[in-house]
Write a protein that binds this ligand. Structure first.
Ligand code: MLT
Length: 338
């Protein structure tokens, strides 16, 4: 049978099918937007690159993820709100900037709680990590689907070597807008300056603040060596940086696509832990070559630890779900309970 335009019916059916397939692939192929707080070459960037690679491979090249580095899509705090509202797909940011939206995540920023990469992996990959993910979905409207492990946050400043708590006197230190971190510096005797991450380089450059703390890999990725000279090897916070997805966007995906997103996040997480171990010493040496001077805290950091733990921990038991919950975490880490 022939149609009015002269096509036979099988040809018309084949054309319709082709149009449908083309149409669906055009509408469904997607480039997701991923906000990244840090610059190129840090753990956030590496996690994002691996995630994008895995996502592309697992969708047979159909979907992709584009990274926007250096806070181009807003401050780290803004990216949480934007993802919650569904106007941003993904963000990679420091956990300390998620805590204000989901207080129980604060367990990961309690000073001296996480004492090694193994501790960080144990907490994020265990049932404790699963509970934190559920809490973040509930409280903040974002889902953590991957973790970058970035190493201990070392203190940097432009003025003088710092070894003791007393050496902090007279220094204006920038901290994230995170109550636990603000209280930690207060326990050490100074009033720090809360400032968004996206403003920190300029703050250091213009000497609005003298110092800040972040891992070696972040210091390097942000080129802080250009505006900071002295480093103190503090170990009070092991930096963990989640990859979050907008929960509303995640729920709009098919079950298959949700699984692809989760699997890509998991592969990127495994890669991140390996990458940190491979890179951290090299980057530290590179910063020394560029002129940074590194000191260790005096007396094995004892005074820093004692003040932070005795003054900060008790203040946050309630927010973290009670002392019992803190003990669950300490037990999982093989440490003495309180
Ligand atoms: C902060 O200090 O606000 C964060 O740790 C920065 C980051 O995302 O690397």
């Amino acid at each position: 049978m022939t149609t009015s335009k002269g096509f036979t019916r099988p040809i018309v059916l084949a054309l319709c099918l082709l149009a449908a397939v083309m149409g669906s692939s055009i509408t469904q192929a997607k480039t997701f937007r991923v906000a990244v707080g840090d610059g190129a070459g840090g753990t956030q960037h590496e996690l994002g690159l691996k995630f994008a690679e895995e996502l592309k491979a697992r969708t047979g090249g159909k979907d992709d993820a584009k990274l926007f580095l250096n806070g181009q899509l807003g401050s780290e705090e803004d990216t949480v709100s934007n993802a919650a509202m569904g106007t941003l797909d993904f963000s990679i940011l420091a956990i300390n900037n998620v805590t204000p939206f989901s207080p129980s995540v604060g367990i990961l920023t309690m000073p001296y709680m996480i004492q090694s990469l193994d501790d960080a992996v144990t907490l994020t990959q265990s049932d404790i990590g699963k509970t934190l993910i559920d809490n973040t979905v509930r409280d903040a409207g974002v889902r953590i689907i991957g973790w970058a492990y970035s190493g201990f946050r070392v203190l940097t400043n432009s003025k003088k070597p710092v070894k003791t708590v007393e050496d902090l006197a007279g220094l204006q230190i920038r901290v994230p807008k995170n109550e636990i971190m603000i209280d930690t510096y207060r326990a050490w005797g100074i009033n720090p300056t809360p400032m968004a991450w996206s403003e920190t380089f300029t703050g250091l450059q213009l000497k609005v603040v003298d110092g800040q703390d972040n891992p070696y890999l972040t210091v390097n990725a942000m080129k802080f060596d250009e505006v900071q000279k002295y480093v103190t090897n503090l170990r009070y916070l092991f930096s963990i940086e989640p990859l979050i997805v907008s929960e509303s966007m995640f729920q709009e995906q098919s079950p298959q696509m949700q699984q692809i997103i989760l699997d890509a996040g998991k592969a990127a997480t495994l890669h991140s832990a390996k990458w940190l171990v491979e890179q951290e010493d090299r980057i530290k040496q590179e910063l020394v070559t560029k002129g940074m001077e590194i000191s260790d805290p005096a007396n094995g950091e004892k005074e820093w630890i004692d003040l932070a733990v005795s003054k900060v921990w008790p203040k946050y038991y309630e927010q973290l779900g009670g002392k019992e919950q803190v003990n669950v975490v300490l037990k999982a880490l093989g440490r003495e309970t309180i």
